[in-house]
Write a protein that binds this ligand. Structure first.
Ligand SMILES: Cc1cc2nc3c(=O)[nH]c(=O)nc-3n(C[C@H](O)[C@H](O)[C@H](O)COP(=O)(O)OP(=O)(O)OC[C@H]3O[C@@H](n4cnc5c(N)ncnc54)[C@H](O)[C@@H]3O)c2cc1C
Length: 572
């Protein structure tokens, strides 16, 4: 073999795989083949906080920060039936501590995100992969894949060169060259068929300025579609329009007409671009969600967008790409170490990545179902929900969203895709205009319920190693014995009454190294207990003499939805 690992594509997924492989095993011979010469333009600019952690692990966070990208504190939305704007914040804007840029943002790195100019960002990452010892060949497209059965035997380049490797990674994005060439089928778990139009603008105003370099992206519904407004630097802004493909077809308009008409119809964007000029090239792409049915083979992996795509409304694409790529790197490292069952390693990656993409697709569908004109999708969501015996009330929508489970096996916290449980409830509440209920407020005695569960092992990703983590599985759901879940299990083994459980949890959290904010951690404890209760791992009872908990967003308040419960304002 010429190489240990051959990676097709030098986008965020390819660079993440290559960098982490070389970081943890510098003796690996890694090749990244990229058909373009960087910098090259790419759509998809708004990140989620989870990426900060991975950039940190890759050792590239400082290089990205040095590019002076705006710091994303959250997003402002106008969506659904109400014309009002509402905010979705990763951390409360008034708690964002200002620092001169480039900043260290210690502690805040993992609570905020970047809005990146992809030409610059992807080049930083690819150059970093090269500096870590990956052989990077730009302007070198893979033309064909040679295979025998399900095994890849070589990559064929434009000049006819054959590249062979022990492991192959398809990180070629939407091209999915290896996926297509091996005829891997895809699932289309959504009826959304959208088309996106976008251009870049000079000198648009930022909608908000938060400290030095902080802002919020704007997501503004027009009923028939929506507009994104993402500042990428002090003067450059990405402005895009997403509409159903059918709507565009029927409109009879050119891309330029449909795009500029929408922008002029949106008063907030119109005022932000009063003194701005567009580059004048309206790009377009279709953005149909899909999930590959197979993501691993005997000697190959799909990473990033080649294994699936979820509509951009949740800005999750790059996060899915980085997170999945990180797991591919860890899986290859462990396959080489040979300490774990290879089938277990491969299937765990495929299950986790598939679940993450499906959850995002489902959450995106839910968003659209609440947007005035997407009536077909509303029917689609309602019929999916009713198959599970649900009407789309806030609570029902929430339960429907979490059919894949609300417990995140990676960090053993409660959430859906990349969104915390509190945020998901908040969004369900807002979009359905009915208050969501917290099950934990209904009971005041709690007890574990493991009847019918089997013991299972889950992978934990720790500094280049996959560590087996004990846990339970039942009816397609998993309960990892780690993180907050572990603390809930420990507390319930000791106490049953809600007040005593929380006392015990508070004392444990106060003693836990690295927990700086006990209130925030206690709020996370409560949301984890909620997830365990919703999924049946915990049973609730009522003792009329004991006190009850009152947990949740104060109903009727106008406060912003908190994506991250770090403010603990949810605990009343
Ligand atoms: C309209 C739209 C809006 C989006 N908005 C967001 C957003 O706001 N936030 C977000 O996080 N995500 C967003 N995304 C998704 C995001 O763009 C992708 O998830 C992300 O780029 C995936 O990264 P990747 O590394 O898997 O693939 P890519 O970034 O596409 O990288 C793949 C690379 O492979 C190379 N390649 C392809 N074929 C070959 C070949 N045969 N040989 C060699 N190289 C090859 C390509 O040149 C490319 O550089 C959006 C997507 C769309 C369509």
């Amino acid at each position: 073999m010429n190489y240990d690992v051959a990676i097709i594509g030098g986008g965020p997924a390819g660079s993440t795989v290559g960098t982490l492989l070389r970081k943890y095993n510098p003796s690996l011979n890694c090749l990244i083949l990229e058909r373009e010469t960087f910098p090259r333009e790419h759509v998809g600019e708004s990140q989620l906080p989870r990426i900060g952690q991975i950039l940190d692990e890759m050792g590239v966070w400082e290089k990205v920060e040095a590019a002076n990208f705006p710091i994303k504190i959250g997003a402002t939305y106008r969506w659904g039936a109400s014309p009002k704007l509402w905010d979705f914040e990763f951390l409360p804007a008034d708690k964002f501590v200002d620092e001169e840029r480039p900043a260290a943002l210690v502690g805040q790195r993992r609570l905020t995100a970047f809005q990146v100019d992809r030409a610059v960002y992807d080049k930083i990452l690819l150059d970093h992969a090269a500096s870590m010892g990956c052989e990077v060949r730009e302007g070198t497209g893979v033309k064909a894949i040679e295979s025998s059965g399900d095994e890849v035997t070589a990559l064929v380049l434009a000049d006819g060169e054959r590249v062979t490797a022990r492991h192959y990674v398809d990180a070629s994005g939407g091209a999915g060259i290896l996926r297509r060439s091996l005829n891997v089928e895809v699932d289309i778990p959504s009826s959304l068929q959208n088309i996106a139009f976008w251009d870049y603008w000079e000198n648009a105003e930022w909608a908000v300025h938060i400290g030095v370099g902080g802002t919020k992206v704007q997501v503004l519904s027009l009923g028939y579609g929506w507009i994104w407004f993402i500042p990428l630097g002090p003067t450059r802004t990405s402005i895009g329009l997403i509409v159903p493909a059918e709507y565009y077809k029927k409109s009879g308009l050119t891309p330029e007409e449909v795009y500029h008409r929408a922008i002029q119809e949106e008063p907030r964007v119109r005022s932000l671009i009063e003194n701005a000029t567009p580059e004048g090239e309206v790009r377009r792409t279709r953005d149909w969600s899909f999930v590959a049915k197979q993501m691993v083979g005997p000697n190959w992996f799909l990473a990033g967008e080649s294994c699936g795509f979820a509509d951009p409304i949740l800005a999750a694409g790059m996060t899915l790409a980085h997170v999945g790529a990180q797991e591919v790197a860890y899986t290859i490292l462990e396959l080489d170490r040979g300490e774990h069952d290879p089938e277990w390693l491969r299937s765990r990656y495929e299950e986790a990545q598939s679940k993450r993409i499906r959850q995002h697709v489902r959450f995106a569908d839910f968003w659209y179902s609440a947007n005035g004109q997407f009536t077909e999708l509303k029917e689609f969501c309602a019929s999916l929900a009713s198959e599970e015996g649900l009407e789309l009330s806030a609570d029902a929508a929430f339960l429907w969203l979490g059919t894949g489970g609300f417990l995140n096996d990676k960090f053993a916290t409660a959430g859906l895709g990349e969104y915390s449980l509190g945020a998901v409830k908040g969004v369900a509440e807002l979009l359905t205009q009915t208050p969501a209920t917290w099950q934990i407020n209904r009971y005041n005695e709690f007890q574990m319920n493991l009847v019918g569960a089997t013991e299972e092992e889950f992978p934990m990703f720790v500094q280049g190693r996959i560590v087996k983590q004990r846990g339970y599985a039942r009816a397609g759901k998993c309960l990892p014995y780690a993180g907050m879940c572990k603390l809930v299990i420990a507390c319930l083994a000791r106490e049953r009454r809600m007040d005593r459980i929380f006392e015990y949890a508070r004392a444990s959290l106060q003693r836990t190294p690295g927990v700086d904010d006990t209130r925030a951690a206690l709020a996370e404890f409560a949301t984890t207990l909620e997830a365990l209760l919703t999924e049946g791992w915990v049973k609730g009872k009522v003792d009329k003499k004991a006190p009850f908990l009152s947990f949740g967003r104060a109903v009727g308040t106008e406060g912003p939805i908190k994506y991250n419960e770090s403010s603990a304002e949810v605990a009343r």
